[in-house]
Ligand binder design. Structure first.
Ligand code: 2AM
Length: 208
C-alpha cells in the first residue's frame, strides 16, 4: 500500500519553538565566544584546524541547518528499522502535537559537531524508541556540524564523551560561571550546565 508508506516522515522529534530556538542559538554563540577566549582552548586549538596558525572561527565552522530539534526516532520515510512500528505506537499518536519542556543539561563541541545534551523526563522517555532504549543518553539537539559531516554524528560524539566519563577519564576542567567545562582528548569539550536550560518544544515530525 504505497499511501501508508508515504505517510511515515523522515523523523519524529521535539521541535523547539521559534523564540526558544533564538535563545538556544544565542547560548551556542556565547559558548563559542567563551571557548575562544580560554587559554586551555587555545592550547588545544590544533584539534580544530588542519593548518598550524590557522584562525579558527567556530561560528563559521559549525552551521546549524533547519529547525532546532531533538530527534526521537529517525524513520527515514518508513525505510528505517522499526519505523512503521514506531509511527503506529499508541503513545506516539496520542502525544503527537503535544508541548513539553526539554531540559538542556550540557553543551558539547568536537571538531565535527556542536550540540546540547537533553535530559528526557519519564514522560518524554515514553516516546524514545525501544530498540534504542539503552541509548536514551544520546538525546540531544544538534546545534551545528562541520562541512561534510552529517547531523547524525552529533549523537555519536555525545555518546563517546559519556563513555569517557563513565570510564572515569578525568579530562582537564575549567570552572565557568555557567558550569564545569571539561576537555577530553581529540578536541572534545563538554560543559555541564549549573542550571539546565528549559526549552519548550512540540512533539511532531518532519518531512523534507
Ligand atoms: P541529529 O538528530 O543528530 O540532529 C535529519 O537528518 C535528522 O535526523 C537530523 O536531526 C539527524 O541527526 C537525524 N538522523 C539522521 N540519521 C539518523 C540516524 N541514523 N539515527 C538517528 N538520527 C538520525
Amino acid at each position: 500500500k504505497p499511501h501508508e508508506e508515504m505517510s511515515i516522515p523522515l523523523y519524529f522529534g521535539w521541535f523547539l519553538f521559534r523564540p526558544v530556538q533564538e535563545k538556544v542559538s544565542e547560548m551556542s554563540m556565547n559558548f563559542f565566544k567563551t571557548l575562544t577566549t580560554l587559554e586551555t582552548f587555545k592550547k588545544h586549538l590544533s584539534d580544530f584546524s588542519d593548518k598550524e596558525g590557522e584562525e579558527v572561527v567556530l561560528e563559521q565552522s559549525f552551521k546549524a541547518k533547519g529547525m532546532l530539534h531533538c530527534t526521537a526516532k529517525f524513520t527515514n520515510y518508513g525505510k528505517a528499522e522499526g519505523a512503521k512500528e514506531y509511527a503506529e505506537k499508541k503513545v506516539v499518536q496520542e502525544l503527537y502535537g503535544s508541548v513539553s519542556d526539554l531540559s538542556l543539561s550540557a553543551l558539547f563541541i568536537t571538531p565535527r559537531t556542536v550540540g546540547a545534551r537533553v535530559s528526557l523526563t519519564e514522560a518524554q522517555l515514553q516516546l524514545w524508541p525501544e530498540d534504542a532504549e539503552k541509548e536514551a543518553d544520546r538525546a540531544h539537539v544538534t546545534l551545528g556540524h562541520a562541512e561534510g559531516i552529517p547531523a547524525v554524528q552529533t549523537g555519536y560524539d555525545l555518546l563517546e564523551i559519556l563513555l569517557l566519563q563513565k570510564a572515569g577519564q578525568p579530562g582537564e576542567t575549567v570552572e565557568l560561571d555557567s558550569g564545569t567545562l571539561t576537555y577530553y582528548d581529540g578536541g572534545r569539550w563538554y560543559l555541564a550546565l549549573k542550571e539546565p536550560v528549559s526549552a519548550a518544544a512540540c512533539f511532531s515530525s518532519y518531512y523534507k
